[in-house]
Design a protein around this ligand. Structure first.
Ligand code: AMP
Ligand code: GLY
Length: 418
C-alpha cells in the first residue's frame, strides 16, 4: 500500500510515524515534508495547497490513500477534487471544512444546534462592528472570520485596542480576505482542553483529551503561538466532564452535521473552555491538532490505518479503538523571535541519539548539506511518555538538554500540573 501525507509539520511527522507501523504500508510519500519525515518517508517537493499538483502526483504514483494534515488544503477543497477523480483521500470535504474555515459558519452551526459556546455577533461592515465594541464588556474577543494561521483571534483589553484591531483586520486587511467578516464574542474564562474526534458521518468517537499551551512564555504569558507544547490526558478532563461533553456537545454536533447535510468524514478537533457553568466550544478545527497529535497518537494502541479505513467506509461503530495507559508530553522547541520574525538555517545539534520512551518529532527543519537546520518557527516537538506525567516530563526535558541550536526557546512548564 502506498500513502501520500500532505503537510510538513510535527503533526504530519506523528501521523507518518504511526502509519508506518502498519506492515501493509509499503511506501509513504510526504508533500512537502521535513527532515525528520524524510527518515521514514520520501519527501515530495509539492506545496500542501497545490491541489492539482498533488492530484497528478497521486495519479502517476498510484497512491492508494492520501491523508491531509493542514486546514488550508481542506478549505481549498482537496478532498472534493480527489474524490471527483476517484482517488481515496482522508479528510472532510470543502463544505465540512467551513467549520474551521469560517468562524461565522461555525458559530451559526453551534447556535442552531444548541451547542454551548460564547455569545457572539458577526459583522462585514467595519462601522457596524465598531458600534458593537464593548457590548459584552472587556476583555473583548475579536475573530477574523477566515483562516489566519492561528493568529486571527484578538483579545482586546479596552476600547482603543478593540477599535485598532477592527481597523487592522477589516480595513488594513492584516489577515487578507480572512478579515472581510469578523465575529465579536463574549470572553470566556476557565481552562482550555482539546477533544479530537474520529467522525464518519454516522458516529463521533472522541480520542483521549489533550491540553495545549498557546502562549509563548511560561505561566501563559506573552503572545499566542501555534502551540508551545501539549500533554495528555488533560488533568481536568474527568469522567463527569467526559459525560457532559458527550451529551451536550458531541451528540448535538453529530445531529447538526446530519441535519445540515454535512457529510463529515475525518477528524473534528473541538477546542473547549471548561467554564464555571460548563464546557463551551471555543472553536472547531477539521483536522488533527499540532502539537496535540504528537501526544495523542503516541497513546493510540490501535492501528491508525485501520481506523481511517473504518471512517472512509462508515463503520466506526464496529471499530475497536484502544489507548495506552501511559501519559505523554510534547515540548516544542522554537526559533528565537517566534511567534514574531525569526532567522532560519540554524544548525541543530543533538539529534543523533534515540532515548527510550522519547521521540523527537520534526516541525520546521530541513537539510542544508549534511546538517539539519531550522526552517520554521516551531522547530521540534520533543515527545516522551511514562506511567505518570512527571516521568514523561523528566524524559522530555532530559532529552532537550542534549539538543542545541542558536536562539532555541521553549517553555519550562509544559505538563506541570499544579
Ligand atoms: P480559536 O482559534 O477560536 O480557538 O481562538 C484561539 C484562542 O483564543 C483560544 O485557544 C483561546 O485561548 C482564545 N479564545 C478564543 N475565543 C475565546 C473566548 N470566547 N473567550 C476567551 N478566550 C478565547
Ligand atoms: N494546537 C492547535 C491547533 O492545532 O490548531
Amino acid at each position: 500500500m502506498k500513502i501520500l501525507v500532505v503537510g510538513s509539520g510535527g503533526r504530519e511527522h506523528a501521523i507518518i510515524w504511526k502509519l508506518s507501523q502498519n506492515p501493509k504500508v509499503k511506501k509513504i510519500y510526504c508533500a512537502p515534508g521535513n527532515t525528520g519525515i524524510s527518515l521514514m518517508a520520501e519527501n515530495v517537493d509539492i506545496h500542501a495547497e497545490d491541489v492539482e499538483g498533488l492530484l497528478i502526483f497521486a495519479r502517476v504514483n498510484n497512491i492508494d490513500l492520501t491523508v491531509v494534515g493542514p486546514e488550508g488544503s481542506l478549505v481549498k477543497g482537496i478532498v472534493d477534487r480527489f474524490q471527483q477523480e476517484g482517488l481515496r483521500i482522508f479528510g472532510p470535504n470543502k463544505k465540512c471544512a467551513q467549520l474551521e474555515g469560517s468562524k461565522a459558519f461555525a458559530k451559526d452551526f453551534m447556535l442552531r444546534h444548541h451547542i454551548p459556546t460564547a455569545r457572539y455577533q458577526e459583522y462585514t461592515d467595519v462601522e457596524q462592528a465598531k458600534k458593537a465594541v464593548g457590548m459584552y464588556g472587556y476583555p473583548m474577543v475579536i475573530k477574523a472570520d477566515g483562516l489566519a494561521a492561528g493568529k486571527g483571534v484578538i483579545i482586546a483589553q479596552d476600547e482603543s485596542e478593540a477599535l485598532e484591531s477592527l481597523n487592522s483586520i477589516m480595513v488594513k486587511k492584516q489577515f487578507g480576505e480572512a478579515g472581510n467578516k469578523v465575529v465579536i464574542e463574549e470572553f470566556l474564562t476557565g481552562t482550555e482542553t482539546s477533544i479530537l474526534c474520529f467522525v464518519d458521518g454516522k458516529n463521533i468517537i472522541p480520542m483521549v483529551s489533550a491540553q495545549d499551551y498557546k502562549k509563548i512564555y511560561d505561566n501563559d504569558e506573552g503572545p499566542n503561538t501555534g502551540g508551545m507544547g501539549t500533554y495528555s490526558p488533560s488533568h481536568i478532563y474527568n469522567e463527569a466532564l467526559e459525560k457532559e461533553v458527550e451529551e451536550k456537545i458531541l451528540q448535538p454536533v453529530l445531529n447538526g452535521l446530519q441535519t445540515d447535510d454535512l457529510d463529515f468524514k475525518g477528524i473534528l478537533f473541538i477546542g473547549l473552555m471548561i467554564t464555571s457553568t460548563g464546557a463551551k466550544v471555543l472553536e472547531f478545527n477539521t483536522r488533527f491538532g499540532d502539537p496535540e497529535t504528537q501526544v495523542i497518537l503516541t497513546r493510540l494502541d490501535t492501528d491508525l490505518l485501520e481506523i481511517i479505513d473504518s471512517i472512509l467506509e462508515q463503520r466506526l461503530e464496529n471499530q475497536i479503538i484502544q489507548w495506552k495507559k501511559i501519559k505523554t508530553v510534547c515540548i516544542v522547541l522554537a526559533s528565537g523571535g517566534y511567534p514574531g520574525s525569526y532567522e532560519k538555517d540554524k544548525k541543530i545539534e543533538g539529534l543523533d541519539t534515540q532515548e527510550a520512551d522519547t521521540f523527537v518529532f520534526h516541525a520546521g527543519t530541513r537539510f542544508k548539506g549534511n546538517d539539519v537546520v531550522t526552517y520554521g518557527g516551531r522547530v521540534l516537538g520533543v515527545t516522551a511518555w511514562g506511567s505518570d506525567l512527571e516521568e514523561a516530563r523528566g524524559k522530555a526535558y532530559g532529552k532537550i538538554n542534549s539538543i542545541r541550536f542558536e536562539g532555541m526557546q521553549y517553555r519550562q512548564d509544559i505538563g506541570k500540573v499544579k
